[in-house]
Design a protein around this ligand. Structure first.
Ligand code: COA
Ligand code: NAP
Length: 263
């Protein structure tokens, strides 16, 4: 039986919440009664996602911005808070990924992923902190298996997501005394997403990934949303500083992706 969570009167801001896993998370919170804000760069995606997570009497907010721009992130958070009050749940999920061999990856290619994933998560958490004042307020960072499993052709992502998990653990310590819980979720391979399209672009690569997941299937955005709802609920009131794989056992089994052949 599925647990149903009640997020009525909760304010939830999902950065990167306009497609894929993060949109699924935003949808999960909207269905549970929360008021949503979503943000990403592409204004068309923002508009569509805003519509998608609006509910009767609870129109969602959308902000077209780049998480690398701390000022824009802070302005969006302030706008949402001024309209509806402090944030209950902050989700940081904006990210970039492409496969590239380290020996060919340009410094700017490395930097762009680290800046989106790691600096972006810092920007989002830093700006939201002053508004995480309600009892039970929490942060959920969307990490990746690359944070804990080294993967060839993913040096930029491994470095960035390992950093994200250290933000989670460090700020769980700093902000715990204020009652703010901070956790990371590590999604496994999630079907139909941009991330999987980039890392397993062929039917063969996709099948290899499925075969390597102990539960023998890819996940869905809703698999991730359900654990976010749990983390935001009172059931998780003593969970903080945790890095939680939601991956059918993929990380436990080594989370192998086929590295493209190199010379
Ligand atoms: N292989 C190698 N290098 C690449 C690359 C690839 N496939 N794609 C981009 N780069 C390099 C660029 O060449 C550039 O470096 P340079 O200036 O030395 O040439 C650098 O990365 C930045 O590229 P740019 O296109 O300006 O970055 P951006 O900030 O506009 O976009 C990306 C960021 C590159 C991460 C882009 O893929 C993106 O927007 N991704 C978001 C969606 C996504 O990745 N979803 C999956 C999440 S898991
Ligand atoms: P996605 O649909 O591409 O999601 C990434 C989101 O981030 C998009 O909404 C994108 O929208 C936004 N974004 C990217 N760069 C941004 C920037 N600089 N500023 C603001 N927003 C930005 O990909 P996904 O595969 O669902 O991945 C979602 C999250 O899950 C990521 O954190 C990823 O690392 C993680 N993850 C994915 C998988 C998987 O199987 N897919 C597995 C493990 C972890 P715009 O283009 O409009 O900016």
């Amino acid at each position: 039986m599925r647990v149903s969570y009640d997020m009525t009167n909760k304010n939830v801001f999902v950065f990167g919440g306009t497609s894929g896993i993060n949109l699924g998370i935003a949808e999960g919170f909207a269905n549970a009664g929360a008021r949503l804000a979503v943000a990403s760069r592409n204004p068309d995606k923002v508009e569509a996602a805003k519509f998608h997570v609006s509910r009767d009497g609870r129109p969602a907010h959308g902000y077209a911005l780049d998480v690398r721009e701390a000022k824009l992130v802070a302005e969006a958070i302030e706008h949402f808070v001024n309209a509806h009050g402090p944030i209950d749940v902050l989700v940081s999920g904006a990210a970039g990924n492409f496969p590239a061999a380290a020996a060919q990856l340009s410094p700017n290619g490395f930097k762009s992923v680290v800046d989106i994933d790691l600096l972006g998560t810092f920007n989002v958490m830093r700006a939201a902190h002053a508004h995480l004042t309600k009892p039970g307020a929490c942060v959920i960072n969307i990490s990746a298996p690359q944070a804990v499993i080294p993967m060839a052709w993913q040096v930029h992502v491994c470095a960035a997501k390992a950093g994200v998990d250290m933000l989670t653990k460090t700020l769980a310590i700093e902000w715990g005394p204020e009652g703010i819980r901070v956790n990371s979720i590590i999604p496994g391979p999630i079907d139909g997403t941009e991330g999987m399209a980039r890392l397993a672009p062929t039917p063969q690569a996709r099948q290899m990934v499925v075969n390597s997941v102990p539960m023998r299937r890819m996940g869905t955005p809703d698999d991730i949303a359900q654990v976010c709802l749990f983390l935001a609920s009172d059931s998780a009131r003593y969970v903080s500083g945790a890095i939680i794989p939601v991956d059918g056992g993929w990380v436990a089994s080594g989370a192998r992706l086929e590295a493209p052949a190199t010379k």
